[in-house]
Design a protein around this ligand. Structure first.
Ligand code: TYC
Length: 108
Protein backbone atom coordinates (compact mmCIF):
# COMPACT_ATOMS: atom_id res chain seq x y z
CA UNK A 1 0.00 0.00 0.00
CA UNK A 2 1.23 3.56 -0.81
CA UNK A 3 0.48 6.27 1.69
CA UNK A 4 1.52 9.93 2.09
CA UNK A 5 3.27 12.14 -0.52
CA UNK A 6 6.05 10.83 -2.74
CA UNK A 7 9.60 12.05 -1.95
CA UNK A 8 10.48 15.46 -3.53
CA UNK A 9 12.70 14.88 -6.58
CA UNK A 10 13.51 18.60 -6.72
CA UNK A 11 12.06 18.96 -10.24
CA UNK A 12 8.76 20.72 -9.56
CA UNK A 13 5.69 20.12 -11.75
CA UNK A 14 7.35 21.03 -15.07
CA UNK A 15 10.33 18.74 -14.62
CA UNK A 16 12.63 21.73 -13.95
CA UNK A 17 15.14 21.61 -11.11
CA UNK A 18 13.90 23.91 -8.34
CA UNK A 19 15.78 22.58 -5.33
CA UNK A 20 15.12 24.48 -2.10
CA UNK A 21 17.73 24.50 0.65
CA UNK A 22 16.67 22.73 3.83
CA UNK A 23 16.58 25.71 6.19
CA UNK A 24 16.74 24.92 9.91
CA UNK A 25 15.37 27.89 11.85
CA UNK A 26 16.89 28.61 15.24
CA UNK A 27 14.69 30.70 17.53
CA UNK A 28 15.93 34.27 18.13
CA UNK A 29 17.78 34.92 21.39
CA UNK A 30 17.32 37.84 23.76
CA UNK A 31 19.85 39.60 25.98
CA UNK A 32 18.65 40.42 29.47
CA UNK A 33 20.15 43.74 30.60
CA UNK A 34 20.53 45.14 34.10
CA UNK A 35 20.65 48.93 34.44
CA UNK A 36 22.47 51.01 37.01
CA UNK A 37 20.75 53.48 39.33
CA UNK A 38 21.90 55.52 42.32
CA UNK A 39 19.68 53.95 44.98
CA UNK A 40 19.47 50.16 44.76
CA UNK A 41 21.93 48.70 47.31
CA UNK A 42 24.86 46.79 45.83
CA UNK A 43 24.12 43.74 47.99
CA UNK A 44 20.53 43.63 46.68
CA UNK A 45 21.79 43.52 43.09
CA UNK A 46 24.27 40.78 43.98
CA UNK A 47 21.42 38.80 45.55
CA UNK A 48 19.26 39.25 42.42
CA UNK A 49 22.04 37.92 40.20
CA UNK A 50 22.57 34.88 42.45
CA UNK A 51 18.87 34.17 42.84
CA UNK A 52 17.56 34.64 39.28
CA UNK A 53 20.63 34.12 37.12
CA UNK A 54 22.38 31.28 38.97
CA UNK A 55 25.60 33.17 39.50
CA UNK A 56 28.06 32.46 42.31
CA UNK A 57 28.58 35.27 44.82
CA UNK A 58 31.91 36.16 43.16
CA UNK A 59 30.38 36.23 39.64
CA UNK A 60 27.40 38.25 40.87
CA UNK A 61 29.63 40.78 42.62
CA UNK A 62 31.75 41.21 39.48
CA UNK A 63 28.71 41.73 37.22
CA UNK A 64 27.12 44.13 39.73
CA UNK A 65 30.33 46.22 39.73
CA UNK A 66 30.33 46.26 35.90
CA UNK A 67 26.75 47.63 35.89
CA UNK A 68 27.68 50.14 38.62
CA UNK A 69 30.69 51.42 36.64
CA UNK A 70 29.45 51.13 33.02
CA UNK A 71 25.74 51.77 33.50
CA UNK A 72 24.49 48.50 31.99
CA UNK A 73 25.53 44.88 31.45
CA UNK A 74 24.16 41.76 29.81
CA UNK A 75 23.36 39.31 32.58
CA UNK A 76 22.16 36.45 30.39
CA UNK A 77 20.96 35.37 26.93
CA UNK A 78 17.74 33.38 26.65
CA UNK A 79 14.77 32.44 24.48
CA UNK A 80 12.02 35.11 24.36
CA UNK A 81 9.88 33.30 26.93
CA UNK A 82 12.68 32.70 29.44
CA UNK A 83 14.00 36.28 29.02
CA UNK A 84 10.52 37.69 29.67
CA UNK A 85 10.20 35.53 32.77
CA UNK A 86 13.60 36.68 34.14
CA UNK A 87 12.79 40.37 33.51
CA UNK A 88 9.43 39.93 35.23
CA UNK A 89 10.97 38.17 38.23
CA UNK A 90 13.64 40.87 38.70
CA UNK A 91 11.21 43.79 38.25
CA UNK A 92 8.70 42.23 40.63
CA UNK A 93 11.34 41.44 43.26
CA UNK A 94 12.79 44.98 43.05
CA UNK A 95 9.33 46.57 43.27
CA UNK A 96 8.39 44.44 46.28
CA UNK A 97 11.55 45.67 48.03
CA UNK A 98 10.92 49.26 46.87
CA UNK A 99 14.15 49.52 44.90
CA UNK A 100 14.21 51.31 41.52
CA UNK A 101 16.33 48.57 39.86
CA UNK A 102 15.54 48.24 36.15
CA UNK A 103 15.86 45.10 34.04
CA UNK A 104 15.07 44.94 30.33
CA UNK A 105 15.53 42.65 27.34
CA UNK A 106 16.53 43.17 23.72
CA UNK A 107 16.82 40.94 20.67
CA UNK A 108 20.41 39.75 20.19
N1 TYC B 1 24.79 52.13 41.81
C1 TYC B 1 24.23 51.42 42.94
C2 TYC B 1 24.85 51.95 44.24
O1 TYC B 1 25.85 52.63 44.21
C3 TYC B 1 24.49 49.90 42.83
C4 TYC B 1 23.84 49.28 41.66
C5 TYC B 1 24.55 48.37 40.88
C6 TYC B 1 22.50 49.55 41.35
C7 TYC B 1 23.95 47.74 39.79
C8 TYC B 1 21.90 48.94 40.25
O2 TYC B 1 22.03 47.40 38.42
C9 TYC B 1 22.62 48.02 39.49
N2 TYC B 1 24.23 51.61 45.37
Amino acid sequence: MMTGTPPDDGEGDAGIAVKTKPRTKRPPLYKVLLLNDDYTPMEFVVHVLERFFGMTHAQAFEVMLTVHKKGVAVVGVFSHEIAETKVGQVMDFARRHQHPLQCTMEKE
